[in-house]
Design a protein around this ligand. Structure first.
Ligand SMILES: *Cc1c(COP(=O)(O)O)cnc(C)c1O
Length: 370
């Protein structure tokens, strides 16, 4: 055994070269750094309305039981999801955020020598979970900032085990047609899993009368992931879910932690599913905010990538980092996306009308000064 003084040399290959995920800057951090108050954060695609009343009431009611372990099988939440989507309980996997599902898929289906595929400008967690297990990433050039399904199909090899597709995609907001997606998924070779990441599914309006859940029957190699972090406003609790064949769910269940969902997340998510008023309000605030922001960009002479999510990436025609930093000094946190191969864009999460106006004013002032 060779001697080393460097702990980094002991980390496994994939991990040694990993670059950690860059999260949106927390409000408290900017408060500490600049001594500002009244900071607004439009950086992590969180719900600007705050959590719904029903979720909060369920959390309150569950507090006295926190000495007990949570239900490791999430019986009640799975039953509620199964009912809502007309699926069987054995097709559902709960995760600590839908991020955990991405990681469970990588652990269960990828290894050194195997390949995961995803698009240029795809969600940053896909390369991280792929590299962490030592698998190779095949990154397919984007088409109009989105997934190029034809190019992806052409790159599938005997070694391809997992294809990650976010629809809508984050950070570009691009949306694939359901018909094209269905065709792509049904033509996949049997040795190849598709993770269809629908973190922003609730924000997509017209779905062409086609529902991705209908594809599960014919495609045992499909897993659809969704989350309570975005439209349901529970990002801080960390809860998401996968919908798949019972076989995929069984495999993921073997590698997950026994209590991967905390007790408050389980009850809050179940209550949130019932809160249709909150969901409708969320969607209305989002579509109004999207119009406000894009109208503001237009009047500033800026172009943006049309988005189906609760965020929009705007092209500043200059390095986004300097505009980002100037906005921070005005108390607005947005998201640089240079690490996604978009150095001149910033991604803005849709806020409340007041937040959107505050941001647009700060942006106009910033652009007038740089
Ligand atoms: C936000 C997001 C997720 C999910 O995050 P969780 O909070 O872990 O559920 C997954 N995929 C994409 C593309 C996202 O933007």
């Amino acid at each position: 055994m060779s001697q080393t003084n460097n702990i980094y040399d002991l980390a496994v290959n994939g991990v040694r070269q990993l670059v950690p995920y860059i999260a949106g800057k927390p409000i408290e951090e900017l408060e500490r750094e600049l001594g500002l108050t009244n900071i607004i954060k439009l950086a992590s695609n969180e719900n600007p309305l705050g959590p719904g009343k029903k979720a909060l009431a369920a959390i309150q009611a569950a507090l006295p039981k926190l000495t007990l372990y949570p239900d490791g099988n999430g019986f009640n939440l799975k039953a509620a999801l199964a009912k809502k989507y007309a699926l069987n309980v054995d097709q559902i996997t709960l995760g600590n955020g839908s991020n955990e599902l991405l990681e469970l898929v990588a652990r269960a289906f990828l290894a050194p020598g195997l390949e995961a595929m995803f698009s240029q400008h795809a969600f940053a967690v896909y390369p991280i979970v792929t590299q962490a297990v030592g698998a190779n990433a095949v990154i397919v050039p984007a088409l109009h900032f989105g997934n190029d399904l034809e190019a992806m199909a052409a790159r599938i090899s005997d070694l391809t085990r997992v294809i990650f597709i976010a629809n809508p995609n984050n950070p570009t907001g691009t949306l694939l047609s359901q018909a094209d997606l269905e065709q792509f998924i049904s033509a996949l070779p049997k040795h190849c899993l598709c993770v269809l990441d629908e973190a922003y599914f609730e924000f997509v309006g017209d779905k062409e009368g086609i529902n991705s859940l209908d594809w599960l029957k014919q495609n045992p190699n499909l897993i659809i992931t969704r989350t309570f972090s975005k439209a349901y406003g529970l990002a801080g609790l960390r809860i998401g879910y996968g919908l798949s064949s019972p076989e995929i769910a069984d495999i993921l269940n073997r590698v997950r932690q026994p209590f991967n969902n905390n007790a408050l997340a389980l009850v809050a998510a179940e209550a949130a599913l019932e809160d249709t008023d909150y969901l409708q309000q969320t969607i209305a605030v989002n579509s109004q905010g999207m119009s406000e922001l894009t109208a503001g960009f237009k009047s500033l002479g800026l172009e943006w990538i049309p988005s189906a999510g609760n965020f929009v990436s705007v092209d500043l025609k200059r390095p986004g980092q300097s505009v980002y930093e100037a906005l921070l000094r005005k108390g607005v946190i947005v998201r640089p996306v240079a690490n996604y191969g978009l150095p001149n864009h910033l991604r803005i999460s849709i806020g409340t009308p007041a937040e959107n106006q505050f941001f647009l004013k700060a942006l106009a002032e910033t652009l007038a000064n740089v």
